[in-house]
Design a protein around this ligand. Structure first.
Ligand code: GAF
Length: 388
């Protein structure tokens, strides 16, 4: 986690010398359940020990926000009443959360903020959700009397992505960042929003992320196209079954998907096929975890990778290569993590294989792409909170 004193020293330097309150929110991993959140399915994320830390203080103005992104050395001041909001993409997360909080009735006024992060950007570990949750946590404390519920913070983060950042994401990332608990993964049903904590201490195994360093960027990307494809399939199934209630692919069966195969076209069919399979895989992984069957968990992870690569088409050659290396090394499970289009693979590795796997992956990837993948050992940490 980022050192509080580091953030504080910049906050003091760039504003009026006074200190504020400090908040932090984590990025996330996801064991399995990809692109299922906006389809009403299940996800299995956990918060990590890396995230965004912000110092914030009310500045007494009606609507002026003075913001400093420490890592980018970039200062942007903007007005909450300006309907266009700031141009800088990082500042739009602050603006978006503030506007969404105002919609909830929280009387957000001017404030100062400086923030820094140690969750890698564009690695598929949800640095943007970490920002949203961190700013939400701060605004809740400064202006909302901490009365905004955790779920409303999650939804404000998601609405920020939709309304100010151009990404029609689901709720997994913001959920994981707000609700995370050290040592636990969480199985969330994205339709009912019910969830349970799953203590995750795989005996004899560990989780490691290999970052391809191909920058994953979801804004204005084919991410939204994937979501549109899924919604199109649901529309066709609903039209065929006026008696039923079909809101997302979660409500659809394999048979119903087959019925509309010809009319939705190959591409949308493949996308939906992946999602239906992924929904079942999350449940299979939960059962396997309950039985301590990590080999089964790993098998499901490889299947997810294949589906994300071939049917959902959100992989890239670098991620497929990292997956191949994992397979060759006998790694238990490996797959693309997060939205795809770059970023990391998540790998479930036996302790005795870990060293050899990481060394082989570094060497082979370097030979092919001219640089090593970055390696992040996963530590499952706590969710959004005030530090001081
Ligand atoms: C991104 C999105 F933000 C999430 O909502 C989720 O859809 C994920 O991609 C894929 O599982 O992280």
């Amino acid at each position: 986690m980022i050192d509080i004193e580091f953030v504080r020293s910049r906050f003091i330097k760039h504003f009026d010398g006074q200190t504020g309150n400090v908040y932090t929110s984590p990025g996330r991993i996801n064991l399995i359940g990809e692109h299922t959140d906006y389809n009403g399915g299940f996800v299995f994320p956990g918060a990590v020990d890396k995230g965004i830390t912000a110092e914030m203080r009310v500045n007494g103005t009606e609507d002026t926000v003075m913001a400093y992104a420490i890592d980018l050395k970039d200062r942007v001041d903007f007005h909450l009443n300006d309907p266009a909001g700031p141009k800088a993409s990082w500042a739009r997360y602050i603006y978006g959360i503030a506007k969404e909080f105002q919609k909830l009735g929280v009387p957000v006024k001017g404030f100062n903020i400086a923030f820094a992060g140690d969750v890698p950007l564009g690695a598929g570990m949800s640095s943007s959700a970490a920002m949203e949750s961190c700013f939400a946590c701060g605004l809740n404390d400064l202006f909302g009397d901490n009365k905004v519920s955790q779920w409303d913070m999650v939804l404000a983060g998601q609405a920020t992505e939709h309304n100010y950042c151009g990404v029609n994401c689901g709720i997994m990332d913001q959920f994981a960042s707000v609700f995370g608990k050290a040592g636990c993964l969480m199985r969330l049903d994205c339709r009912s929003r019910e969830f349970e904590y799953f203590p995750f201490k795989p005996d004899g195994y560990r989780l490691v992320l290999l970052d391809s360093v191909v920058k994953h960027q979801l804004a204005g990307s084919p991410y939204n196209d994937r979501r549109n494809s899924c919604e199109n399939v649901v529309k066709h199934i609903a039209a065929k079954h006026p008696e039923g209630k079909f809101e997302t692919l979660r409500d659809c069966t394999w048979e119903q998907l087959e019925e509309v195969k010809a009319e939705v076209g190959d591409e949308d069919y493949m996308r939906a096929k992946f999602v239906l399979g992924e929904k079942d895989r999350v449940l299979a992984v939960c059962d396997a975890l309950n039985e301590g069957d990590y080999e089964k968990v790993g098998e499901m992870m490889y299947k997810t990778h294949e589906g994300l690569s071939k049917d959902y088409e959100v992989s890239c050659v670098e991620l497929d290569y990292l997956n191949d290396i994992a397979k060759e090394c006998g790694v238990t499970g490996s797959r693309i993590m997060g939205g795809g289009f770059g970023g990391c693979t998540i790998n479930l590795v036996r302790n005795d294989l870990y060293k050899k796997f990481v060394e082989t992956a570094k060497q082979k990837f370097n030979e092919k792409y001219g640089h090593e993948p970055k390696v992040y050992d996963v530590v499952i940490g706590d969710g959004s909170r005030r530090l001081c």
